[in-house]
Ligand binder design. Structure first.
Ligand code: ADP
Ligand code: MG
Length: 729
């Protein structure tokens, strides 16, 4: 039987291995296995691995046995064997109960895999999986200078993967017959790119780190090019779509908005506004990303664009990621428009329109009414959550879709809403997380970008500090004191926790740790602090006497909305909340944000959270409370967040601590975006070059017709994405 890339692993490997690989690593075919790249490479005696491992990590290390001692256990029957291994930089203890591994001799080299534990301050592995490197078996893989360490699981260890690949690659490592290179040769020459077969061989069986680098460079090209081809195709398709021009008419609504604004627009808001106005006036649909620092005033810019579209006879939809935020937007817009937002009501202005809120929590009758308003065109402005995407929501004439806080929505959801127009509507996507250029070229590669750099003047600014509770117990007391002082001065505060608490077994709204850099479960840690527990502690302790309430995802939408209103109306001093307050919530009188277990949150999340305070004229204070030691990587990440409020810098930091797949795919997986090696941080040049090649390729008469290999790769990515979406839906 000839092996091809599509051959199922069950045909070439043992059934148990194949099943475990499929179930635990999603490796199904020969292609999948070849594309399962090593996480890193170990070499004997040189690596600083042991010095770096953290308690709770699941790791594979290469190390040499230093000593072996066996003694009877003190309080129980049986014996305890302690083996100390080292790798030149650090050492670690392996412990075995009632088990003597005769092969574990001093000076033997081995790979050891397991979850790092701690006993009396010393790192240790209890009963690790291991594979001794035995020079005598003639196993040449182990004689190599560089040993690949693969992403592995309990049942599929790094060495099983290594062996399976060896089986596939053969002793000579002949891949030429198996893989065909999709990249055109002239492109390879232009950019100094290795042939695919050579690159795959080198990534799995390198002799030097230079081999690895050249191989990775080639494999990154595959990823970047396919991604850019996909995006270029989207851009081209979008450019050909017929849209409807929505020219600025100096109409009732836009004038009313401008007249009602209690402030002057910033220079940036004005400039972006003009940009949008001109683009809405074209009969090609706009596809624009508006990025702006938290608090830079994106909402107003969007609202003015929406007003222009309504004045021109169309409808505008505003899609928000949470019910709290949708309700807040609808309320804000209604307040601003006054009678012009209540056309058809007794006190409404017939020259105006209706602002309709459509969320999943509407009761059947209300939903029917809201849908009718949307379908008949009575609602000029429709604000909603995912509920807007559902079937049965039809627009009379959808002219503009605004997506707020894009990072919560995927491309498919944007598309689902766009499909609700008779013709493709204009699209404005807003994100508060400033994005580095590489991300703009990838995740948002099909959008043009506008940026609001300036914050409205007269803002107090936020000062942030880390409160390392283990080292500085007293700082926490001081934090609550500061909070009380602010409340005494008439201000309000948020206390954010990673978890709701009082779980009934169901893991609803789990700690949202996107961006937290631990990709392995950390079972030994205590559970994250919970809103309900912290609320009780504060009420009966440091914040006794203040008006405290909880806000979290397990409240009904009505309860949530009522609490947000009460908070906005200053009937609550302190909201103890989950990240439901993360996105877009706007209460200018709030000045203090205390984040408990701050290490459980990602960099962007913390920046977003911090953006909830000092939105008015009062200066704000953000306290990041953590048990992480200041010197640890986590402590330093928090210190970095505290030290700058420059969103662009933080976006970079965020990229460093997240895996690329998290950034690229809504499904949070590298598989879906086809990206494994490509680094958005480091490969800016490569991505730009691939973008150039992709655009040039698609601009030719024949497109990908002469490059069936590339076309197949692009199609494969598209199917993966679709399959993924269908699974989620
Ligand atoms: P974000 O860009 O984070 O979505 P918002 O649009 O919610 O920010 O605006 C933040 C706050 O700033 C709101 O209270 C808004 O009313 C106010 N704001 C917006 N533009 C201006 C401006 N030009 N001058 C003063 N305040 C403004
Ligand atoms: Mg906002």
């Amino acid at each position: 039987m000839a092996v091809t890339l599509e051959t199922p692993l069950s045909r070439v490997l043992g059934p148990k291995t194949a099943t475990s690989m499929a179930e635990q690593l999603s490796l199904h075919t020969v292609r999948d296995l070849l594309r399962h790249y090593p996480r890193r490479y170990a070499s004997r005696g040189e690596q600083a691995d042991l010095a770096d491992v953290q308690v709770g990590d699941r790791v594979t290390v290469l190390a040499q046995v230093r000593s072996v001692t066996t003694r009877p256990m003190r309080n129980r029957r049986g014996s305890l064997t302690e083996v100390v291994v080292g790798d030149g930089s650090g050492r670690m203890k392996l412990v075995f109960f009632n088990h003597r591994h005769t092969a574990l001799k001093v000076n033997a080299w081995g790979m050891f895999a397991g979850t790092v534990g701690e006993y009396r301050g010393e790192k240790q592995f209890a009963h690790p999986d291991m594979h001794l490197l035995d020079g005598d078996t003639g196993d040449d893989d182990w004689a190599r200078a560089l040993i690949p360490i693969y992403p592995a699981t309990k049942d599929v260890s790094s060495w099983v993967i290594q062996k399976s690949l060896k089986l596939l690659l053969g002793p000579q490592g002949n891949l030429a017959g198996l893989v065909e290179d999709p990249l055109p040769e002239d492109m390879r020459t232009r950019h100094g790119i290795l042939p695919l077969a050579a690159a795959l061989l080198d990534i799995h069986r390198p002799t030097t780190m230079e081999d690895v680098e050249r191989a990775a460079h080639r494999l990154k090209w595959d990823e970047a090019l396919v991604l850019q081809l996909t995006l270029a195709a989207r851009r081209r398709a979008a450019a050909l779509e017929p849209g409807t021009a929505r020219p600025r008419r100096g109409g009732a609504l836009l004038d009313a908005v401008d007249a009602a604004l209690p402030f002057a627009l910033t220079e940036g808001q004005r400039a972006v506004g003009e940009e949008l106005a001109a683009e809405l006036d074209r009969d090609q649909p706009m596809h624009r990303l508006l990025q702006g620092e938290v608090g830079s005033g994106k909402t107003v810019v969007a609202l003015r664009a929406m007003a222009q579209v309504v004045d021109a006879g169309g409808q505008a939809a505003l899609l928000a990621p949470t019910e709290v935020l949708a309700a807040q937007h609808a309320r804000g817009i209604r307040d601003l428009l006054g009678p012009l937002g209540r056309a058809g009501e007794l006190d409404g202005d017939p020259a105006g329109t209706r602002v309709t809120l459509l969320t999943g929590s509407l009761k059947a009758a209300a939903r029917r009414e809201a849908r009718a308003e949307v379908a008949e065109g009575r609602a000029g402005i429709v604000v909603g959550t995912h509920a807007l995407l559902q079937e049965g929501v039809d627009f009379a004439d959808l002219g503009l879709v605004v997506v707020d806080e894009q990072h919560r929505f995927g491309v498919e959801q944007r598309d689902a809403l766009r499909a609700k127009g008779n013709r493709p509507p204009h699209v404005l996507v807003m994100t508060a997380t400033p994005i580095p250029r590489t991300v703009a070229m990838t995740v948002y590669g099909d959008l043009e970008v506008s940026t609001l750099r300036q914050l409205p003047s007269g803002r107090g600014g936020v000062s942030s500090s880390v409160v390392p509770v283990v080292e500085k117990r007293a700082w926490l007391d001081r934090a609550w004191e500061r909070l009380r002082e602010e409340v005494a001065a008439g201000r309000q505060a948020y206390v954010v926790c990673p978890r709701i608490g009082d779980e009934t077994g169901a893991d609803d709204e789990p700690a949202d740790v996107d961006g937290a850099p631990d990709d392995e479960p950390q079972t030994d840690r205590r559970p994250p602090l919970a809103v309900l527990d912290v609320l009780e502690l504060l009420r009966s302790g440091p914040l006794a006497g203040l008006r405290l309430e909880a806000l979290h995802g397990r409240l009904t939408p009505e309860e949530k909305d009522a609490r947000m209103r009460a908070f906005a109306a200053r009937e609550i001093d302190v909201l103890v909340a989950t990240t439901v307050v993360e996105v877009g919530v706007d209460v200018p009188n709030a000045t203090v944000m205390v984040v408990m277990d701050a290490d459980r949150f990602g960099v962007s999340q913390l920046h977003q959270l911090r953006g909830r305070v000092a939105r008015g004229k009062h200066p704000g204070l953000c306290l990041l409370v953590t048990e992480a030691p200041s010197a640890s990587a986590t402590g330093q990440r928090l210190a970095a967040v505290a030290s700058t409020s420059d969103g662009f810098e933080l976006a970079r930091l965020d990229l460093e601590t997240r895996r690329e797949g998290d950034v690229l795919g809504a499904a949070q997986s590298g598989k879906r975006s086809g990206v494994r090696l490509l680094s958005l941080l480091e490969d800016e040049e490569l991505i730009a070059a691939a973008r150039g090649e992709a655009t040039a390729l698609l601009e030719t008469e024949r497109g990908l017709a002469d490059h069936p290999g590339l076309a197949a790769e692009v199609a494969r990515l598209a199917t993966d994405e679709r399959a993924d979406y269908l699974e989620k839906a």
